[in-house]
Design a protein around this ligand. Structure first.
Ligand code: AMP
Ligand code: MG
Length: 297
């Protein structure tokens, strides 16, 4: 497991004004790591990732068996930040029966005819499940805030600071309701540098087999990098709460991001202190009787 003090620094304190420039995107977070050298840090990180993948698989079994909590994992980040790869690598040991992934795209006409939380509400994980939102209702205070023309079908006058503050409040209230009723929420912002995004986009354009991953709109959105950063800073500042904290994950190196995220999820589920349901009393006697009958066949 990773040092708790370090993990705490990734967590956005409620009420704090986030400045993303203060958060690292690379691997060498401090003197100790720099001295250890990249290769050895990476090797250790991959070991921790492997341990956590196994821990996550058993934690998820318990989650499923005890059927009390749901876990909602929210992944946000700029294009190419590594949301898809994180899901693939972090969740690879987990039983697919107990895990649901939803990737949210531009809303459909039907979705736009409802209030903004509607489509996410319907996709929430059941008790016992891990639900992953690859993008989420946060898009409605990110991409939509950067492009206010995408706010459609709303009554007139719905713009401006007051409008966005109301959306943050809606999100906090929504999450509070979920947490109060047994959903554990973990939110991750995959923080990449602009230079790393350029490398990743170019990588997609240099290999024909990766062309499908590239979308022309990625370039247009890249030009709005600073607008997105500000929208992220506002969203992280306004919606990191004790019950549903945001984590800013250094994501220029995929192994760093995956190791940290796997660790935070596994640790959080383990902290629920779940136990397999215990069969006792009459039901216990019935089990023994059933065994006798089967053995006697
Ligand atoms: P991708 O994740 O690359 O498949 O792209 C999905 C696209 O859908 C991104 O450009 C998002 O900004 C966009 N998107 C997701 N949710 C929303 C939303 N609520 N409103 C507008 N655009 C969205
Ligand atoms: Mg894309």
């Amino acid at each position: 497991m990773i040092n708790e003090r370090y993990l705490r620094r990734l967590r956005v304190k409620p009420g704090m004004q986030v400045r993303l420039g203060d958060y690292h995107t690379g691997w060498a977070q401090n003197e100790n790591l720099r001295e250890a050298g990249k290769d050895s840090v990476k090797e250790r990180a991959l070991e921790i990732l492997e341990e956590n993948r196994a821990a996550l698989a058993s934690a998820q079994e318990l989650l499923w068996a005890s059927n009390t909590y749901a876990v909602l994992i929210i992944l946000q980040g700029m294009d190419t930040a590594g949301k898809d790869g994180t899901i693939k690598h972090v969740m690879s040991g987990v039983n697919p029966q107990g895990c649901k992934v939803h990737s949210f795209k531009v809303p459909t006409d039907e979705e736009l005819d409802h209030t903004f939380l509607w489509r996410y509400w319907r996709a929430l994980p059941n008790r016992g499940e891990i639900g992953i939102f690859n993008r989420s209702y946060y898009e409605d205070v990110l991409v939509v805030k950067v492009h206010p023309d995408r706010l459609v079908n709303l009554p007139p006058g719905k713009r401006g600071k007051k409008f966005w503050n109301a959306r943050y409040e809606d999100i906090n209230a929504f999450e509070r309701h979920l947490v109060e009723n047994g959903t554990v929420i973990l939110k991750f912002f995959l923080h990449i540098s602009r230079a790393e995004q350029k490398r990743r986009l170019l990588d997609r354009l240099q290999d024909e087999e990766k062309f499908w991953k590239f979308s022309l709109s990625d370039l247009a959105e890249r030009r709005l990098w600073d607008d997105y950063l500000h929208a992220y800073e506002d969203a992280l500042s306004m919606t990191s709460t004790e019950m549903a904290p945001w984590h800013v994950i250094p994501a220029d190196h995929k192994w760093v991001a995956r190791t940290l995220i796997a660790d935070i999820i596994a640790t959080r589920i383990q902290s629920l202190d779940l136990a397999y349901p215990k069969v006792t009393g009459e039901a216990f006697e019935q089990m023994k009787e059933a065994r006798r009958q089967l053995e006697g066949e």
